[in-house]
Every structure is written in structure tokens, then in C-alpha cells.
Write a protein that binds this ligand. Structure first.
Ligand SMILES: Cc1cc2nc3c(=O)[nH]c(=O)nc-3n(C[C@H](O)[C@H](O)[C@H](O)COP(=O)(O)O)c2cc1C
Length: 328
């Protein structure tokens, strides 16, 4: 009997504001067809008001693609989730981990970890309206109220409300005093607590998130007695994408699409040219591939060449660029 297909959420690239836009997602698809990709958080209210057209746009190759919503109003979230499902997103996630002062002030993002019943109402409304899987991305808790019992109560509430999976960033959120970037660095990583949760709640698939720096580290979260069902990687996938070039083979048992870095870079440049022909800014496309040369000799030159391309209308430097790109 053939093995069941590996679900895309076995390995996901994390939602990242200003990073995981359509151009980055298209770029990452040159390296992996299997991974689940995400939009950055989009406010449910913006979708419902018809102000999120650009944030919802994508190319077919970006699928499987999930939409992450921000908000705390069940009716708005239900309407936005429905719009997302209608637009073709395969999963809708509710952000319960964002520690930004704006989110905390508006009582959404990580602030919602204090309000499991409210989150359960939101999830139930989204599930009832959209017909695709609804998930919740959250943290271990809010600092000071990040004990195991509270975490389990939160997860149980969203599971009972119909969440298909949860994604747990293995840190508490410090609200007030620490900005979002520091909140991804300062609160200690507590990976063991996510794995203990996975063991305690075997009926709910849990994705581990936080501090994964390589494909090998990602795979380590997926094996052993305390394995999580999936893993989500953010900064490492953006900063050093080539480190994940074997992802499809290792995680999804399929042939990876990429040949070499130069081939990927040429594809990005072609896309940037097409984007520019349609009136777009080519830098919006090329900026996301600069991590391709992470740690490689000649990286600085290759990066500078690709970055410069974006500033030279007509791409008359394309031949030079490709010559440099062959170097690594
Ligand atoms: C620039 C940036 C923007 C982010 N934006 C979002 C976001 O929109 N929604 C969200 O849930 N998390 C966001 N995150 C958090 C990541 O999804 C992830 O949880 C975090 O970076 C930890 O994973 P990592 O250590 O693999 O990067 C962002 C992270 C970064 C670095």
C-alpha cells in the first residue's frame, strides 16, 4: 500500500510581516513545492472593508498557501475567513502571538492568550463560515501567566471550538516594554514545553515554532517520542533559504525543484523584469532572494549585483549579473 501523502503543514514557512509577501513566496517555491506558505498577518477588518486586495493576491505556484488573520471580533473574522477561502487559501490562521503594542492595545494578537473563550468563539465562527481548516498560532502564554495549566486550557478551548491544528511559538510574550523584534529574541525558548504539549494532546496536531536554524534542526522536532506533527520556520528560511533546498526530498519525499543558485537567481530576475514591465518595482521582487548566498564566498558581490539590477531600468546589467551568480 502506498504511504499516505505528507500534509503541507508538516513543514511551514512562518508568516512574517514585510517578508512573506507574494514575491518571497514565489521565490521560496523555486526551492520547495511541498512546504505550506503563509501570508503575513492581514487585519480581518481590512479584508471585510475591501482594503486588502494586494495582500490577498498570489500566483498559483504559491499554493499550498495559508492566510493569517489578525482580529478579535468573531463576526469580522468569520467574514474575512470566508473571503480567504473564496480566494483559494487552503487554511486560515488566527494570530494569537503578535506582541506588538498596537495589537496588545487593540486586544488581539498575544493579548488573546488571556481570553481563551473569546478565541474559541472566533475559531468557531471562522470554522462555521469558511469550509477550510482553521488554525491558531500562539505562544506559550503571556509572561507571568505562561504556566502549563493555562497553556493546556487555551489549547483545549480552541481545539473544542474546531481548530484543526495549532502552531506554538516556544516563547512567552512580554507585553509592555519589549517590542516585536525583542520578543523574538529575549524571552527564552522553551522547546521542551511544546513537545510536552504534543505528548499530552496527541489528538491535536501541533506545529513547533521558534529558533529552528537548519533543515536538520527542523527534522529533529519531527522525530522521537515527543515529536510534533509539524514544524514552522521563520527567520532561517528567509535569511538562508538555500539551507532548505533539500526540504522536498527530506520532508515530502519528492524531488526538489531547484538546480543551482544561479538558476534560481535567473528565474527571480526574469520575474522582476516581468513585474517591471507591468509597472511594478523590480526591487520588490529581487530583495527577497539576497539570502541565497548566505555564507558563501563571493556572496557580497552576488548580492550587490542582484540589488543593483533593481536600480537599473531595462536590466541592461543582466549578463554581468548572471556571470557573477555562477561564482558560488
Ligand atoms: C520580520 C518578522 C515579521 C513577523 N510577522 C509575523 C506575522 O505577521 N504573524 C505572525 O504570526 N508571526 C510573525 N512573526 C513571527 C514568526 O512567524 C515566528 O513565529 C518567529 O519569527 C519565530 O520563528 P523563527 O525563530 O523560526 O523565526 C514575524 C517574525 C519576523 C522576523
Amino acid at each position: 500500500m502506498a504511504a499516505p501523502p505528507v500534509p503541507p503543514w508538516r513543514f511551514a514557512v512562518a508568516p512574517m510581516m514585510d517578508r512573506t509577501d507574494r514575491h518571497f513566496r514565489w521565490f521560496f517555491r523555486q526551492l520547495s513545492r511541498g512546504a505550506l506558505l503563509y501570508t503575513p498577518m492581514v487585519a480581518a477588518a481590512a479584508i471585510v472593508a475591501g482594503r486588502a486586495g494586494a495582500a490577498l493576491a498570489y500566483d498559483a505556484i504559491e499554493q499550498p498557501l495559508a492566510l493569517q488573520l489578525g482580529g478579535n471580533d468573531p463576526r469580522l473574522l468569520a467574514a474575512a475567513a470566508r473571503a480567504g477561502a473564496d480566494a483559494g487559501f487552503v487554511e486560515i490562521d488566527l494570530n494569537c502571538g503578535c506582541p506588538s503594542p498596537a495589537a496588545a492595545h487593540s486586544q488581539w494578537g498575544a493579548r488573546l492568550m488571556d481570553q481563551p473563550q473569546r478565541v474559541a468563539e472566533c475559531v468557531a465562527a471562522m470554522v462555521a463560515s469558511c469550509g477550510v481548516d482553521v488554525t491558531v498560532k500562539h505562544r506559550l502564554g503571556i509572561a507571568g501567566r505562561d504556566d502549563t495549566a493555562s497553556l493546556h486550557a487555551f489549547v483545549d478551548a480552541v481545539h473544542a471550538a474546531g481548530a484543526a491544528r495549532v502552531i506554538v511559538h516556544a516563547r512567552a510574550a512580554v507585553l509592555g516594554g519589549l517590542g516585536p523584534a525583542a520578543n523574538r529574541r529575549v524571552p527564552p525558548l522553551r522547546a521542551a514545553e511544546v513537545h510536552a504539549l504534543a505528548r499530552a494532546r496527541p489528538q491535536l496536531p501541533i506545529l513547533y515554532n521558534g529558533g529552528v536554524r537548519s533543515l536538520a534542526e527542523a527534522c529533529a522536532h519531527l522525530s522521537g517520542p515527543d515529536a510534533t506533527a509539524g514544524v514552522m520556520v521563520g527567520r532561517a528560511a528567509y535569511d538562508d533559504p538555500w539551507a532548505f533546498r533539500e526540504l522536498d526530498r527530506v520532508v515530502f519525499a519528492r524531488e526538489p525543484p531547484a538546480g543551482d543558485r544561479a538558476e534560481v537567481a535567473r528565474a527571480v530576475i526574469e520575474r522582476a523584469r516581468a513585474w517591471q514591465r507591468d509597472g511594478g518595482d523590480p526591487h520588490a521582487v529581487t530583495r527577497h532572494c539576497l539570502g541565497l548566498w548566505h555564507g558563501v564566498p563571493g556572496a557580497r558581490r552576488a548580492r550587490a549585483t542582484v540589488a543593483a539590477l533593481a536600480l537599473r531600468p531595462g536590466f541592461d546589467a543582466i549578463a554581468d549579473a548572471v556571470a557573477v551568480l555562477r561564482e558560488p
